[in-house]
Design a protein around this ligand. Structure first.
Ligand code: UD1
Length: 355
């Protein structure tokens, strides 16, 4: 069996790594990695390959940044000839980024079967580009690997045949379980003992100058009570420059660049609270038992709210201040780890594919 994995953006890498490793244990399986090049900075891509122990991609499509149409179209055009050459039996795609939908659409037209890892998640918000990517990818895939039961329900509601849906658990948590014992050396000594870790990159938060300015003010206010460490994504960095927003870097309000995978785990693990709009961090904090405040109107990962430590607070910055104070007063949510978030999701995916 020949399997091609398509990855392209930062959150794909930790979802794909355990699947590659699980399939590599089967002698009859040949695998190739196609990197679309959607993310290309060393600290958005290469450092993740290093931390995760992923082999170098066999092919890099080097599409880079662009509008949604440009990026999607370029991935499709370049991937088409590659996938025709590679002749895989299955193409595996991950998550909800533009690389995911572009590779799926290319394969659907070529009648090459696709497996979607992290299928079925829905925010019920079509203003999010990722929601469009999720819905379309799930319509085209032959194997839909879900991480929580809500994913199965969403897919059934959208008319997906039940036999295509496999509840396997969360491959990103497989990676976390494997690498958690290695985070100790990444606990930076210069960091405060308690702090809020912040990551924000969604267009709904960072692409509006007035709102981004208001977020920075709220974080500065919070930093009076709890030091803030703000890891700045390239999109956010660019917006801060575009809008001429100067952020004072001090002991209580530290700006750092994008974190490597192990740094991110280490800093989440020790955080008093994580303030984010990332999907992955909502799940990682739930597993780690760290309070998470999600600065979005909704989440496609409701299990992190119903079972985990996540609180979706909308874009209400007054509420953000209040919830941080509540957490500082020791009134965080109790949490359970969702079923099948046990480090074995990729093994289940391999079993399904090989059977
Ligand atoms: C993408 C995903 C998003 C995911 C996020 C994680 C889509 C639609 N969005 O958003 O779901 O949560 O990745 O990081 O697929 N840039 C760089 N260097 C890079 C990559 C990007 O500087 O290596 C800058 C460029 O200015 C680019 C901007 O970031 O225009 C946005 O990059 P893009 O890949 O379009 O979307 P993300 O915001 O990263």
């Amino acid at each position: 069996m020949k399997i091609v994995h398509v990855v392209g953006a930062r959150p794909n890498f930790m979802k794909a790594a355990p699947v590659l490793q699980a399939l590599a244990r089967h002698p009859g399986v040949r695998q190739a990695i196609v990197h679309t090049g959607q993310h290309y900075d060393v600290d958005m891509s290469a450092v993740f390959f290093r931390d995760l122990g992923l082999p170098e991609p066999d092919v890099n499509l080097e599409v880079g940044s662009g509008s949604h149409a440009q990026q999607t179209a370029l991935i499709m055009t370049r991937f088409e000839s590659i996938v025709l050459d590679l002749k895989p039996d299955v193409v595996l795609v991950y998550g909800d980024v533009n690389s995911t939908v572009a590779a799926s659409l290319t394969c659907a037209k070529l009648l090459i079967p696709v497996g979607h890892v992290e299928a079925g998640l829905r925010a019920f918000d079509r203003t999010m580009p990722e929601e469009i990517n999720r819905i379309l990818t799930d319509q085209m895939a032959q194997w839909l690997f879900t991480s929580s039961p809500d994913g199965n329900e969403n897919l059934l509601r959208e008319g997906v045949e039940p036999k295509k849906i496999h509840l396997v658990g969360n491959t990103m948590i497989d990676t976390l379980v494997r690498l958690l014992p290695h985070v100790a050396e990444h606990h930076a000594r210069e960091f405060p003992l308690s702090y809020a870790l912040v990551t924000l990159h969604r267009p709904s938060n960072v692409d509006h100058p007035d709102f981004l300015r208001a977020i920075l003010q709220a974080l500065l206010d919070i930093s009076q009570e709890l030091p803030v460490i703000f890891s700045v994504h390239p999109r956010t960095r660019r917006r801060l420059l575009d809008y001429g927003l100067n952020v004072p870097n001090s002991d209580r309000f530290r700006l750092i660049g994008p974190m490597s995978y192990l740094e991110s785990l280490a800093r989440q693990q020790r955080a008093t609270v994580v303030i984010t709009d990332s999907g992955g961090m909502q799940e990682e904090t739930t597993f780690l038992g760290v309070p998470c405040l999600t600065l979005r109107d909704n989440t496609e990962r409701p299990v992190t709210v119903t079972m985990g430590t996540n609180l979706v607070i909308g874009r209400d910055l007054q509420r953000l201040r209040t919830e941080v104070r509540r957490i500082l007063a020791g009134r965080g949510k109790p949490r359970q780890v969702p079923p099948l978030w046990d480090g074995q999701a990729a093994t289940r995916i391999a079993q399904v594919l090989l059977s």
